[in-house]
Structure formats: structure tokens, C-alpha cells
Write a protein of this length. Structure first.
Length: 359
């Protein structure tokens, strides 16, 4: 059984990725801009909220998701059909990105998409730990990284998490996974996230060009947004001890002084955020009486998406427009997933709308 498979050929060596003439940014960005133009426009979402599950399914069956829905419609229906179709479409989209990129952009896209390997490993462990069915696990897997769908399916069918860990013996995650004992899932998941970002920053290296510096800033901004969301959850839960908070933080952020923010009580924490670039995005939904973090997380995600688009305009022929498309495509799939699952659960349309991030 082959553990990893590249969708666009073999991974370039370090010398290859730095070699002049091996990158195809102009071609790749042109293709990506065409792909981004096919994302659902913002005015589509209010219409979807007024539709039934069957109507939404028919609607996306006439969009970029047609082939995915058609292929899976005989096996699934309703929210399950949507979940599998969206995940299949994401995986195929990312395979396409790897096919149309070469040299440096291919190397960086590959490093960025490893987040799906991390997501899948966490999903597999969580699924086995909580006795989820094979079908339930498969529903949440996205073969967008280097772990193939065939392998992921085989892993999902294994009886225990111990078998899964042993099957991943050749992977870079194995040393960490050996620490998993069935009681420390949160620790393992957090360490996998840290490993991912450490690897991504290593792939970026010490940026010297304007483009690489902008890409590094793009990822640092993402780290800030992720850390800020974690801090809000911990603060609202009453967690104040540094030795409980700091292990959950990811290094390499753009602006936030994490250790200082982590040590502050909630009111002072919020006050200090007024001095950051993130305040305008969240000021309208942050306060002592806030009863949900959904709005905060949605505002932060929107800010990140808008910043990515701004960066892509600053550096139009670089890796940044490609990353901008990746996160907008992922956000579209997530929005559709929220609508399908919300409708299936009978949630009020207003509640569903509050969870969407629409740009």
C-alpha cells in the first residue's frame, strides 16, 4: 500500500523549487482567477436560505458541483450527499491546483495543503476514539493533501486507532502519534496543528522577495486569527492560567502579543485588543455580555478572507492569489455545509445565516 501520492507528479526537490524558470506563476494565476470567478456570488446565499434541502441540492447540481453530486446521488441523499459532494469537489479542486502549478508555486501549495492531512489524521483518531461508524468518518475526510482517498478509506475501515497509527508509520506524524494513549486527544490535535505551521514556515523559509514576504505575512495573519479564536474560547470558559493557555498557542503570529494577552482577565483582554488591527472587525460583537463566540469567529474569518484578497491585489502574480482562491473555495464549501446541516437540523434561518461567512 502506497502511503502518499502526489496529484501533480513528484514533489520538487529544494534545488528544483529554487531553480530559475521552474515556476509558472503567470499561467497558474491566470487559471486560478478563472476558477475564482466561478465561486458562488454573495447574493446566492439569501436565496439558498429560502430553499429546501432538495431545492438546494438541485441548485448546486447545476453549478460547479454538478459532477460530484451526480456521481454520489445514487449512494447518498440530503445532508450526507452534500457533505460527500463538497468534500470530493474540494479534493478534486486541490488536485487541479497541483496539476497546474510547477516549481515554487507547486512546492508552496503542497506545503499549504498539508493542513488537510492534519485534519484527516485528527478526524480518524477522533472517530475511532468515539466509536463513529466508518461512514461517519468518511463523511468528514477531505483528501486534499498527500494522503490519498484510497488510503484514508482503508484507515477509516480499521478497527482501532492503534492500527491507524501503525499504518501511518512512514509519515512525519508518526513520532507524535505514538504519544496518543486514548486520553490526550486535545494535546495531540494541538501538537499536530503546531507541527503543520512549523512545517509551513519552514517551507516558506526566510523570505527575501516581496512576494515571499507577503505570503509569510498571510500565514502569520492566519496564525493570529487562529490564536485569537482560541483565546476567546478559553477566556469565556474562565481559563486564566498561563500554563494552561500557552501550550495551546501557535508560534509565529503577525501582531498579537500572546503571552501578555493570555495573562489578562477578560475585560482587560478585550481592552488590549482595541490596539490591534483586528478590533474593527470584531468590535461590534465583543462585550461582557456576549453569549456566543460564533459571531466573533465569523468576523475574524471574514477579516482573514478580505485581507487575503487585498494581499492578492498587492502581489497579483505570485503565490498569494493562489492561496486567496484556496481559502475562498474552502469557505464556500463550509458555507454550503452549514446551510445543508442547518436545514437538516431544522434550525431557524437567522441562526444559520449568523454562522455563514459571506464576502
Amino acid at each position: 500500500m502506497r502511503l502518499f501520492a502526489r496529484y501533480g507528479g513528484d514533489k520538487p526537490s529544494k534545488s528544483d523549487k529554487k531553480k530559475k524558470g521552474t515556476s509558472n506563476y503567470a499561467y497558474a494565476v491566470t487559471r486560478v482567477r478563472a476558477m475564482k470567478s466561478k465561486l458562488l456570488p454573495r447574493e446566492t446565499y439569501p436565496r439558498l436560505l429560502n430553499m429546501s434541502i432538495d431545492e438546494i441540492t438541485r441548485f448546486i447540481q447545476e453549478s460547479e458541483y454538478k459532477n460530484d453530486v451526480d456521481e454520489l446521488a445514487m449512494k447518498y441523499s440530503g445532508g450526507d450527499l452534500a457533505e460527500h459532494a463538497l468534500n470530493m469537489n474540494l479534493a478534486l479542486t486541490y488536485r487541479k491546483l497541483l496539476r497546474i502549478t510547477a516549481g515554487e508555486p507547486n512546492y508552496l501549495v503542497t506545503a499549504y495543503l498539508k493542513r488537510y492531512d492534519v485534519w484527516n489524521v485528527k478526524t480518524l483518531l477522533r472517530g475511532k476514539l468515539y466509536n463513529a461508524s466508518v461512514e461517519e468518518i468518511l463523511e468528514s475526510l477531505v483528501s486534499g493533501g498527500e494522503l490519498t482517498y484510497t488510503l484514508l478509506s482503508e484507515l477509516a475501515a480499521m478497527a482501532t486507532y492503534q492500527e491507524i497509527i501503525e499504518a501511518l508509520k512512514e509519515s512525519e506524524y508518526y513520532p507524535l502519534l505514538q504519544e496518543f494513549d486514548g486520553t490526550n486527544l486535545a494535546y495531540i490535535e494541538n501538537e499536530l496543528d503546531k507541527m503543520y505551521y512549523s512545517g509551513l514556515f519552514n517551507a516558506i523559509g526566510k523570505p527575501r522577495s516581496k512576494d515571499r514576504k507577503l505570503f509569510a505575512r498571510f500565514i502569520k495573519l492566519e496564525v493570529d486569527v487562529k490564536n485569537l479564536g482560541t483565546l476567546f474560547r478559553l477566556k469565556k470558559a474562565g481559563v486564566e492560567q498561563l500554563d494552561e493557555i500557552m501550550p495551546l498557542m501557535i508560534e509565529g503570529g503577525l501582531e498579537l502579543k500572546i503571552e501578555k494577552l493570555a495573562s489578562l482577565p477578560f475585560e482587560q483582554f478585550v481592552e488590549d485588543l482595541r490596539k490591534t488591527q483586528y478590533w474593527d472587525a470584531i468590535s461590534g460583537v465583543v462585550g461582557p455580555d456576549m453569549d456566543s463566540l460564533t459571531a466573533v469567529e465569523s468576523r475574524l474569518t471574514r477579516y482573514y478572507l478580505e485581507s487575503a484578497t487585498t494581499y492578492s491585489h498587492v502581489s497579483p502574480i505570485s503565490i498569494v492569489p493562489i492561496m486567496d482562491y484556496i481559502i475562498h473555495k474552502s469557505n464556500e464549501a463550509n458555507n454550503l455545509r452549514i446551510i445543508f446541516r442547518g436545514k437538516e437540523a431544522g434550525l431557524d434561518d437567522t441562526l444559520i445565516k449568523d454562522q455563514l461567512v459571506v464576502i
